[in-house]
Design a protein around this ligand. Structure first.
Ligand SMILES: NC(=O)c1ccc[n+]([C@@H]2O[C@H](COP(=O)([O-])OP(=O)(O)OC[C@H]3O[C@@H](n4cnc5c(N)ncnc54)[C@H](OP(=O)(O)O)[C@@H]3O)[C@@H](O)[C@H]2O)c1
Length: 336
């Protein structure tokens, strides 16, 4: 542990990314108030209580994104708030109710609680690179940076609800924080890859498992995509919280790669897995990300090989995946 630090709140603490962020914050010495929907759900929260420092410095409290004032108690007295809670689901019948409202109204609900807290130094919002790249009017020879915003109109036309929700939520956060003088920094991760701490795989981790088991549907749709290690995303949140000079938006991405390049890298590394060989090429604009804003703060991203190695190792150890031959990664405990 780095030494005892102040009190911070993490919303949606039991989620995939937030659990890792809680782990890193505890290791740094912070006192963490995590909000969860059901603090009595022992199965869903056991992984948080097992974290180093949790018994001494973690408190879990109930909060719901759409319940007005629900985050007041959790946030009051915290010097930092990490707002990660937001639906990452495939909408079933009503995307506006299932995704848009919790993301946008829920963010404003959290911000109103931040406004009531005189101890707040900085709010870090987990946004997404989907708030940057969903547009068709950019020069593909120039890497996209934080000055780029996805087109709300294009998102609506294409019905890409997640990108629309994240874009509207981040814009609403900037408007609210500018009006109310709240120090906001946003982190814009690409597709997060790495070990999962929660017992159930979240939507994106399930998609990765499906790919490794030979299902191509989701990654066919992804086409070209940026990827980032889950530990890098957590560390990036903490860096921009702690760094006095951090401000504005920060893209958080290691590598942008076409789905065909991704599967050829993975198949070569894990020949025993039934990873799809090729995807149909989609007619979508080529893009890269310029991450010099975060790297200029001294941040270094792990490689795409390392993030998938760590992810696959943990899927194997958790019994989600089996490598039929034992020779690829000698350090693995192979599930049988
Ligand atoms: N995974 C990625 O590749 C990726 C990439 C870029 C950005 N992000 C962002 O990272 C954040 C975390 O996502 P994740 O991948 O870790 O997904 P996740 O595991 O599904 O986490 C989402 C969290 O939000 C909470 N939540 C959802 N609706 C809620 C509501 N109505 N009230 C209270 N809490 C609610 C969930 O609570 P429950 O556990 O109770 O469901 C969960 O803790 C999100 O803001 C997401 O947009 C993720």
């Amino acid at each position: 542990m780095d030494g005892v630090k102040g009190r911070v709140c993490v919303t949606g603490a039991s989620g995939y990314l937030a659990s890792w962020l809680v782990k890193r914050l505890l290791l740094c010495g912070y006192h963490v108030i995590g909000t969860v929907r059901d603090p009595a759900n022992e199965r869903k929260l056991a992984h948080l209580w097992r974290l180093e420092g949790a018994k001494e410095r973690l408190r879990l409290v109930r909060a719901q994104l759409l319940d007005e004032g629900s985050f007041d108690d959790a946030i009051m007295g915290c010097e930092g708030v990490f707002h990660t809670a937001s639906p990452v689901i495939k909408p079933s019948f009503d995307p506006k109710t299932e995704i848009l409202e919790p993301a946008v109204k829920g963010t404003l609900n959290v911000l109103r609680s931040c406004k009531k807290n005189p101890s707040l130094r900085r709010l870090v919002l987990t946004s997404s690179s989907s708030t940057v790249r969903a547009r068709d009017d950019f020069d593909y020879k120039v890497p996209l940076d934080e000055s780029s915003w996805s087109s709300v109109q294009l998102c609506e036309t294409l019905q890409v609800w997640y990108a629309l929700a994240k874009t509207l939520a981040e814009k609403a956060a900037w408007d609210f924080c500018n009006e109310n003088n709240i120090d906001l920094v946003t982190v814009l991760p690409t597709f997060v890859i790495g070990p999962s701490l929660p017992p159930d795989l979240c939507s994106t981790a399930s998609d990765v498992l499906a790919l490794l088991k030979g299902e191509s549907e989701q990654f066919q749709r992804h086409g070209r995509m940026g990827y980032v290690h889950i530990d890098d995303v957590a560390l990036c949140h903490i860096l921009v919280f702690e760094h006095d000079g951090a401000n504005g938006r920060y893209l958080c991405s290691s590598t942008v790669i076409d789905n065909n390049e991704l599967v050829s890298m993975l198949s070569a590394r894990y020949p025993s897995l039934p990873i799809p060989k090729r995807f149909l090429q989609l007619d979508r604009p080529h893009y890269e990300f310029n991450t010099s804003k975060i790297t200029s703060l001294g941040f270094k991203f792990r490689s795409i090989e390392e993030m998938f190695d760590d992810c696959i190792q943990s899927l194997v150890e958790q019994g989600h995946l089996s490598l039929h031959t034992a020779h690829q990664r000698p350090t693995f405990k192979v599930a049988v």
